[in-house]
Structures are given as C-alpha cells and as structure tokens.
Design a protein around this ligand. Structure first.
Ligand code: HEC
Ligand code: HEC
Length: 324
C-alpha cells in the first residue's frame, strides 16, 4: 500500500509517499541468511550505542545483556565496533561513510550477496579489502573510466552516481523514493577531500620503492631500521626511508593505582591497547576501559588509556593499529 504523507521539513510542507512493503518485498531486502540470519540492522556495530530508556541513558548492548536477552552476558563491551552517526564530526569522514554503507547497502553488497557486484561494504572489512577504491564494476554504464569509487572524481564514482539518482539504477533499488542528501554530501566529501591523498598499500609501495615486489617493499620489512615495519609506516603515515620519522610510541606514567599510557592517535586509524602477563603464551587482550574503545578520529589527537595496577610480577603492553 502507498500512503501520501505531508512532511513538515522545517516549515516547508511537502508530500512524501510512504510505501508499506508486502511480505514478498520484505524478503527482497532481508535476503542473506549468511550475513545475519535474515536480519539487517540487528547486529553488534549497529546496536552498540547509547539509548534513552525513559530518563536512564545506557548502552543498548549492555542494557540487553543486563536484561538477559543474550545467551551469554556481554563482557567485552569496550572492544566492540560501533557505527558512527553520519553527522558525528568527531569521527573521520571515511568511518562515517563506511557506517552509512554498511547500514544501507550490506543487505546486498557482500560477497555472494544479491548485489551482483564485487565490493564488500561490511564495516568489519578493512577498507583495503572492500574493493571500493578503484574497484571494477559489472556495469560501467559505457564509460571505461568508471569505477565503484574513483578518488577525486565525482563523475566516475558510480557508487555516488547510484545514490544521487532517482529512477533506473538508483541505489538502494527499493524501499525509498527520496534522495538522502546527507549521505550524498558525505560520500562526495570523502571522494573530493580525503581520497585524492589516499594510497592503498601497493600504491604506497610503488611511490616509495618503485615496485611492489622488492624485498625492501614488503609489509614486514623495515628498510630504515627504525623499528616500525612498512605496514605500520603506511598505516601511521610516516616515511619508511627516514630513521627519525617514526610515530612516537607509548609513553607511560602513574596516577594513583593506575598506569597511564599516552599515545598520539593518528586520524582515521583505529588503535587498540592490549596487555598480557604471559608474553610467550600469546594471550593478548584489549584493555577493557572506555578510553580503549574502537574509534576513528577525524583529526590527530592524543589519547591516554589507564590500566589498574595488579600484583602481577610483570605485564607486557602493545598497541595495535588498524585501518577502518
Ligand atoms: C528496502 C529494503 C527493505 C525492505 C523492503 C524491508 N526492510 Fe526491514 N530492514 C531493512 C534495513 C536496511 C534494516 C536495518 C535498518 C537499520 O539498521 O537501520 C531493516 C530492519 C528491519 C527490522 C529490525 C531487525 C533487523 O533485521 O535489523 C525488522 C524487524 C524488519 N526490518 C522487518 C521488515 C518487514 C516485516 C518488512 C516487510 C513488511 C521489511 N522489513 C521490509 C530493509 C528493508
Ligand atoms: C536490495 C538489494 C540492494 C541494496 C540494498 C543495494 N543494492 Fe546496489 N545493487 C543491487 C543489484 C541487484 C545491483 C545490480 C543491478 C544494477 O546494476 O543496478 C546493484 C548494483 C550496484 C552498483 C553497481 C555495481 C557494479 O558492479 O556495476 C553500485 C555502485 C551499487 N549497487 C551501490 C549501492 C549502494 C551505495 C547501496 C546502498 C546505499 C546499494 N547499492 C544498496 C542491489 C542492491
């Protein structure tokens, strides 16, 4: 059934058609058993946010866990991924774009999904593995320069074209008769402002070493012997050829009964402080404090993460860096 509704958009009245889907239509979107048992938004990153329960604000996952909705209580809340609202300027544009794509497109655009495409928009897939940037298309619409996303080109980025057009080829293909102006401007901002300076690891290898397969260019190599391998230098934006250009690591302090770890958090990179008392056993665990939650910052900042002292004789720490 279609019902016309008059929408008051800040004083502007306009009529919008609300479409009530049929059961068959429900299943054109709630399609993929493997991706989430036919559910779409009922997943960890989507639910991992605060909610106002009539005066009491609590994290939804914690509230569900406290109410015994899960088969086992949630004990690792601080290490779970969360989507960033598209308007949260504190989060990187890339992280917000990826949040939008996972919420709106991952019902279809996942490996072996019904999207007939090769890209994977799930938030758990690191950007390098999504095949979004310069990813090839099944349907180039006649222009061989078109790709899923082309850094710096609004016209050749078909993902943008598809969300900016109503009618044939429009994405998402069903369920909406309105363009999402916020999403269009966010994706455009990512393509125009951020992506021209983006290099995937292979492009970075070419720029710095002239080839991708020289031993010096390998991800694990450390040609400037500064202790940071190429993978880490690529992630933190430092030079793999200058010994004194290295991201400053952890500095350690004490405050009361806590050890404080301070590190520079590079914009648009995730940081995860982990510890173990058994170095050889490889039993690293993320520090379970709110300061250590996965977050991709819009700008470079400095972060301090506290760890309560215990009577362990020795404790090891490491910082893991990862891309959105
Ligand atoms: C156009 C695609 C589309 C259609 C058609 C559709 N849904 Fe959904 N549905 C979604 C998306 C996308 C979400 C997740 C939204 C979010 O997380 O913000 C969702 C969420 C839900 C949820 C919350 C749990 C979950 O899976 O995240 C329920 C329940 C649901 N839909 C039921 C239905 C029913 C019943 C119908 C048919 C009457 C229907 N949907 C039709 C796309 C669709
Ligand atoms: C209900 C399933 C569904 C949803 C949800 C969906 N798509 Fe699609 N998408 C398709 C199908 C089917 C095609 C192939 C047909 C076509 O090209 O129109 C496609 C094609 C595309 C293509 C062209 C791929 C190629 O290789 O040529 C792009 C880009 C795209 N979608 C982007 C998106 C974006 C961005 C979203 C979310 C805003 C989205 N889609 C949501 C089903 C979906």
């Amino acid at each position: 059934m279609d019902e016309p509704l008059v929408v008051n958009d800040g004083g502007n009245l306009h009529t919008q058609i609300w479409h009530y889907p049929s059961r068959t239509e429900c299943l054109t979107c709630h399609t993929i058993p493997a991706a989430g048992g036919l559910a779409l938004g009922f997943n960890t990153p989507q639910l991992n946010r605060d909610f106002d329960y009539g005066g009491v604000i609590d994290n939804q996952l914690r509230a569900f866990s406290n109410a015994s909705y899960f088969s086992a209580p949630v004990t690792n809340l601080n290490s779970l991924r969360a989507l960033a609202p598209s308007t949260n300027e504190a989060a990187s544009v890339e992280c917000r774009v990826r949040s939008y794509l996972t919420a709106n497109c991952s019902g279809c655009h996942v490996p072996s999904g019904p999207g007939l495409s090769t890209f994977d928009v799930r938030i758990i897939t690191p950007l390098s593995a999504t095949r979004l940037i310069n990813g090839s298309l099944t349907n180039t619409t006649g222009n061989p320069l078109n790709r899923v996303i082309v850094p710096g080109s609004l016209t050749n980025s078909m993902l943008l074209t598809r969300i900016s057009t109503l009618g044939a080829g429009r994405m998402p293909p069903t369920g909406s008769t309105e363009l999402d102006a916020g999403a269009i401007s966010l994706v455009s901002r990512w393509i125009t402002n951020d992506l021209p300076s983006y290099h995937c690891f292979a492009e970075w290898q070419l720029l710095l070493f002239g080839e991708t397969n020289s031993p010096l260019a390998m991800a694990a190599a450390d040609p400037d012997t500064d202790g940071a391998n190429n993978q880490l230098e690529w992630l933190t934006g430092t030079s793999p050829l200058l010994v004194n250009d290295v991201s400053p690591g952890l500095s350690v302090g004490l405050a009361g009964s806590s050890v404080l770890f301070t590190y520079p958090r590079v914009a648009n990179r995730g940081f995860d402080l982990q510890s173990t008392t058994d170095f050889a056993g490889n039993t690293w665990q993320s520090l379970d404090v709110i300061e250590n939650r996965p977050f991709f910052s819009a700008s470079n900042t400095v972060v301090t993460v506290p760890d309560l002292m215990t009577n362990a004789a020795v404790k090891f720490y490491r910082l893991r860096v990862y891309e959105p």
